[in-house]
Design a binder for this molecule. Structure first.
Ligand SMILES: *Cc1c(COP(=O)(O)O)cnc(C)c1O
Length: 372
């Protein structure tokens, strides 16, 4: 259905629900006429194309296998933590944000022995401390893009230490895959918790894990703990052209369409460039408006968004309400609070999804009017 000409266009400045590529939207319009049966002849080849497309887009087809799962990034987190470690392996969790907290929570729920390296949100892990802690563990898990502070963790550096000491590195790449450059093999990443939503611009219902081939081979001998998220079992079924459980073929087609849209933009490098253009425009605009960008020493800003301090005397709720209701040049804007303990002082503005650069120029105008 077309938006009526009088209705404002909503621009989402949130990280999981935003406008998707026209190719993805076209799938849901067509699919009802021609559904794909998960055990029929079309499904196996589709699954193979999508799984290969994921690793090709990430440049890791020689070293890693992708496994497609129904769910969100958290599903991939549970799958990797529950499938890639033996129950007795000690896991170092480096956490400096909400998703590091989630890794710790999930690992503990699974009964994994953990060593908790807790840092204040956003603070760069000290590599000397990481190296010392690695001595007493078998594996290490860390978030790449810290979505709760919009900063990047030193994954290449931590990966080099993990490789030097022969430890498995599990990376949460939910907010960086397909939009930040990643070099899984060079960084020594054994397994990745992924997403087909955020950087790939698919719906938030399909996710993926990437597992290095040598680890995958070892996982055949790991006792299953993550019932329907068991990656080795799922990988084996997917290699045979099937999924062990019901999977929505329309969603798989949407992931394929999202991969095509990514390729149309020049792959990960092209999309990263588009996001950087938005980030450059917006961050200069925020500073011009006198807003303070949250920065942490040694931690580069993520390409997908920016955390800002709530201006003195302003309230996040009132700002969000004003931006969502006041129409500026035909548009309204939905913004995002900060997470947990940060939400009192900060808010976040993501610039993800299918919007022309001009939408962000209008946003700066709207933001200026709403904080004035
Ligand atoms: C979004 C995100 C997740 C997954 O969160 P869901 O609530 O499952 O969408 C995990 N890690 C990071 C870094 C994220 O940005």
């Amino acid at each position: 259905m077309e938006t009526a000409a009088t209705e404002p266009k909503v621009v989402s400045l949130t990280p999981a629900v935003f406008h998707l590529p026209e190719k993805v939207n076209a799938v849901s319009r067509e699919y009802g006429r021609n559904p794909i049966v998960p055990r029929g002849p079309k499904f196996g080849p589709l699954l193979a194309r999508v799984r290969r497309g994921l690793t090709d887009a990430l440049g890791c087809s020689d070293t890693h296998e992708s496994i497609l799962l129904t769910g969100t990034g958290s599903t991939a987190m549970a799958a990797v933590l529950g499938s890639c470690l033996r129950p007795d392996e000690r896991l170092l969790v480096i956490r400096n944000g909400a998703y590091g907290d989630r890794i710790l929570e999930f690992a503990r729920t699974l009964g994994q022995p953990v060593v908790d390296m807790e840092l204040p949100y956003g603070v760069r892990p000290d590599l000397g401390a990481v190296e010392a802690a690695l001595a007493g563990v078998d594996a290490v898990a860390m978030v790449h893009g810290g979505t709760s502070t919009c900063t990047l963790n030193p994954i290449a550096e931590v990966g080099a230490l993990a490789r030097k000491h022969g430890k498995k590195l599990l990376m949460d790449g939910v907010s960086t895959l397909f939009v930040e450059p990643v070099e899984l093999d060079a960084w020594g990443v054994a397994a990745v918790m992924g997403s087909c939503n955020k950087g790939l611009h698919g719906h938030p219902n399909m996710t993926c894990a990437l597992v290095r081939k040598d680890l995958l081979a070892d996982m055949e001998r790991v006792a299953p703990r993550a019932p329907n998220l068991e990656l080795w079992k799922t990988w084996r079924a997917q290699e045979g052209g099937a999924h062990p459980y019901t999977i929505d073929a329309m969603s798989v087609l949407q992931v394929e369409a999202a991969l095509e849209a990514l390729a149309d933009e020049g792959g990960v490098a092209g999309r990263h460039g588009i996001y950087n253009q938005r980030a450059t425009l917006l961050r200069a605009g925020y500073e011009q408006l006198g807003l303070e960008i949250a920065r942490y020493e040694g931690q580069p800003l993520q390409a997908i968004g920016t955390m800002l301090r709530i201006p003195p005397g302003a309230s996040y709720a009132a700002l969000a309400e004003r931006l969502a209701t006041r129409v500026v040049r035909g548009r309204v804007f939905e913004i995002y609070s900060a997470q947990g303990k940060l939400s009192k002082d900060f808010f976040r503005l993501f610039h993800m999804g299918e919007y022309p650069l001009e939408a962000y120029e209008v946003f700066l105008e709207a933001l200026g009017a709403c904080i004035a």
